[in-house]
Design a binder for this molecule. Structure first.
Ligand SMILES: *Cc1c(COP(=O)(O)O)cnc(C)c1O
Length: 462
């Protein structure tokens, strides 16, 4: 399996090289040259496999330059950190199927991909005799999942910048209580944008980037998408087993389009996904795109589902590449236009196809809290605000009896304020949060100064 760029500017590379490259060097995103299709007999032979086995079957198709035993070991180690024996169990509540993706170390779905990516980076760096300094900015979820993905790993340091006092207390603790010597938390006296701008500036300083082998863990890494494809298969098999259904709809709370793009890959592989519901909060550019053909950017607003407060979804380019029938030059023009005018125009035929593959709904703060309250009232089950956006959108969109699998992207205890506000109930804390506020922490509070951040990395980089 070779990997190419959506913008057509690189010679095809292997899976391992694609993982190490992250963002394609021509500014595009990496994709497999072709997506393998699974015939019905093979699909049938996969349906009773345990999660780790299934993960190996799916991922080995795309990672064919990894020895089987090595890939199996990486998968096993990555999911040994999950608190549930099924890794991503499915529960049935009030007609909806809830795919619980929050049993990893930081209680959010990003662990599914980042536990794997951390182990994969360590493996590839060792093989190449290289080291990497991961640098990233976070408003909460990504940073903690990345830190837990690489803590204690050989050959990797991680520097995560977060806005001091502006993440939720739990999110801050999930980062700063990790005191492994290779983990460096920087609390910036500024906003998330200040953090992100400094990280961008570090990566744009090519001499610095080269000298310190800077690496990124953002959601554009192909390995992250790949690890997420697995649970679409796994959950479909669980629901089919219970109901005899031959197809299903998935509802996905969407920010950067990474999670839902993994569902799109599963659909192209032949998993019978009737439609993907793209659920957004008030930051609804993608809902406007699907329902009105209008892809034009606005400004980010803060919501009760902060991990979806995104305007430009970085993985969306991967989907547009397929929508343009893999025409890299049309894609290049469209994204050059987007940078200039803030919008992309699509043809009627393209929009018809989009609506075959996706439906979408935007659920605002009021609707989110109402969904949490109603769902709790009817089933006793607590939804986190991100999951509630997906459940709310599913209830609005699917009325034909097709089973709907709603991706539960975070544990309710991670966002207790919204849950309490909606239901008056304090979400029970899973063991990983017990006593977290009493653990020792390590974190450097720093003014928003690029020079200071650089000095710190220079001092700590190994
Ligand atoms: C990151 C995140 C999302 C959005 O996922 P994307 O892959 O960016 O679309 C949704 N919910 C939670 C809890 C998240 O952390």
């Amino acid at each position: 399996m070779r990997y190419i760029s959506t913008r057509g500017g690189i010679a095809p590379i292997s899976f391992k090289d694609a993982v190490m490259m992250g963002l394609a060097t021509d500014g595009g995103l990496l994709l497999p040259e072709s997506i393998p299709t699974i015939d019905p007999a093979t699909l049938d032979s996969w349906k009773a496999l345990p999660y780790r086995e299934l993960a190996y079957r799916v991922m080995s198709l795309f990672a064919d330059d990894m020895p089987a035993e090595d890939l199996k070991q990486l998968i096993d180690r990555s999911y040994d950190t999950f608190a549930h024996p099924e890794i991503t169990p499915v529960v049935h509540k009030d007609g909806a199927w809830i795919l619980e993706l929050f049993h990893g170390p930081t209680l959010a779905f990003k662990d599914v991909a980042l536990q794997f990516l951390g182990n994969l980076f360590e493996y590839l760096l060792k093989e190449r005799g290289q080291k990497m300094n991961i640098v990233g900015a976070t408003s909460g979820d990504t940073g903690s999942a990345a830190i837990h993905g690489v803590r204690g790993k050989d050959g990797i340091n991680i520097f995560i910048l977060h806005p001091h006092g502006r993440t939720s207390p739990i999110q801050a603790l999930q980062m700063t209580t990790v005191t492994d010597p290779n983990v460096h938390n920087i609390a910036v006296e500024g906003t998330f944008d200040d953090c992100q701008n400094m990280v961008k500036a570090l990566f744009n300083d090519l001499a610095f980037k080269e000298k310190y082998s800077l690496g990124a863990v953002n959601s554009i890494n192909w390995a992250r998408v790949l690890a997420q494809v697995v649970y679409y298969f796994y959950s479909f098999f669980r629901v089919a087993e219970e109901t005899g259904a031959t197809e299903a709809v998935f509802s996905v709370p969407t920010g950067n389009f990474g999670d839902i793009f993994a569902g799109y890959v599963a659909r192209r592989m032949g998993l019978p996904i009737k439609r993907l519901i793209l659920a957004t909060n008030e930051n609804n550019i993608l809902t406007r795109f699907i329902n009105e053909g209008d892809y034009s950017t606005g400004t980010v607003v803060s919501t009760v589902s902060p991990s979806m407060d995104i305007q430009l979804a970085s993985n969306f380019e991967r989907y547009v590449y397929y929508l343009f029938n893999e025409d890299a030059s049309r894609l290049r023009e469209a994204f050059a236009g987007l940078a200039k005018t803030g919008r992309i125009d699509f043809t009627e035929a393209e929009m018809a196809r989009v609506r075959e593959e996706f439906a979408s709904d935007s659920i605002d703060q009021f609707g989110t809290l109402k969904t949490i309250a109603d769902f709790h009232h009817e089933t006793g089950y607590l939804l986190d605000p991100h999951t509630a956006v997906g459940v709310g959108a599913a209830l609005e969109t699917v009325k034909d009896g097709t089973p709907v699998i709603c991706l539960a992207t975070a544990h309710p205890a991670k966002f207790p304020d919204a849950v309490r506000q909606a239901t008056g109930v304090e979400p029970p804390q899973p063991p990983s949060l017990h006593g977290i506020d009493k653990l020792p922490t390590r974190c450097l509070v720093m003014e928003a100064s690029l020079e200071k951040v650089k000095e710190f990395i220079e001092e700590k980089a190994r």
